[in-house]
Design a protein around this ligand. Structure first.
Ligand code: HH2
Length: 280
């Protein structure tokens, strides 16, 4: 049965309608908005604007994981985002998520009030599982083949959806075994993380293979290369139309959460898509 809500610390997020997670990259080098919100004041202003536009969650990241990106040391990443998260937790009514694959950074941000740990490493690191088990935050378990530095070097799957579902099921088991309640878990196929065009398209078409796991599914496709490949639009920030179509398709395919850069427009797209979902 489809989950009715997602527990994220003190928040219980109802899933009758899809949730919109707004992206806040406090980085100098993210693929679509690097440098734009690296200054904490600009970051705070952008987060407030996304909340006003209807974001249900704000996802704060301090390390770009675009293909080929170099790893940022956890302490530097935490220094970038912890103060921003602490301030947002005070200022905003919506849950704040930390987008990190480093346990030290995740712990610091949860202590600062983050309600979600979004791990693009999919809780492969036992230290990340330990942090999750030691708090009540929601967790996003994302699939990535390899590491950002190498993940686009000819990734191969026989059946992407089935393989990703099986991998996610293994990570879910590890989290449950460590004491993380199932109601806190959300899964994500990791569009663009060790996947080429045909894999990404296959995943977006086949989301039901992931919703079958019984956990909310998050899809992050906003402005990504797959949109550029399907449209011929080179500049990531000019991929709004394609991103909205993909977000709507994800919702029609069963996604409970979409992770987006353009909140106002995505809220509209997702509302319409949700209203047009087939009646069950
Ligand atoms: N995509 C990105 C980063 N974090 N987290 C989840 N759960 N799912 C995603 O698809 C996902 C993610 C990449 O996008 P962005 O943060 O805009 O870029 P960068 O990694 O260059 O900062």
């Amino acid at each position: 049965m489809a989950p009715r809500s997602w527990r994220c610390g003190r928040f219980e997020l109802p899933l009758e309608r899809p949730l919109v997670m707004g992206v806040l990259n406090v980085t100098p080098d993210s693929f679509s908005d690097g440098g734009e919100f690296a200054d904490p004041l600009a970051a705070l202003a952008h987060a407030r604007r996304m909340a006003e536009e209807g974001a249900d969650i704000i996802d704060v990241g301090g390390e770009s994981t675009r293909p080929g990106a170099a790893e940022v040391p956890a302490a530097e990443e935490a220094a970038r985002i912890r103060p921003v998260i602490a301030r947002l937790v005070e200022d905003l009514a919506v849950p704040i998520s930390v987008d990190t694959r480093h346990a030290e950074c995740a712990r610091a941000c949860v202590e600062a009030g983050a309600s979600v740990i979004n791990d693009v490493g999919g809780f492969r690191d036992p230290a990340m599982i330990e942090v999750a088990a030691g708090c009540q935050a929601g967790v996003v378990v994302m699939h990535m083949l390899g590491e950002p530095g190498t993940m686009q070097d000819a990734p191969v799957y026989a059946d992407p959806v089935a393989e990703i579902a099986e991998w996610l099921a293994g990570r879910i088991d590890a989290l449950l075994a460590a004491g993380v309640a199932g109601e806190r878990i959300c899964v994500d196929p990791g569009i663009g993380f060790g996947k080429i065009l045909e894999h990404n398209v296959g995943i977006l078409r086949g989301l039901s293979g992931l919703t079958a796991l019984g956990y909310p599914v998050l899809v992050g496709v906003s402005r990504k290369r797959v949109i550029g490949e399907l449209t011929g639009v080179e500049v990531p920030r000019e991929r709004l139309g394609g991103s909205l179509a993909a977000a709507a398709a994800a919702v029609l395919g069963g996604a409970s959460v979409v992770r987006v850069h353009d909140v106002e427009e995505s809220v509209q797209a997702v509302r319409v898509a949700a209203a047009l979902r087939p009646l069950r």
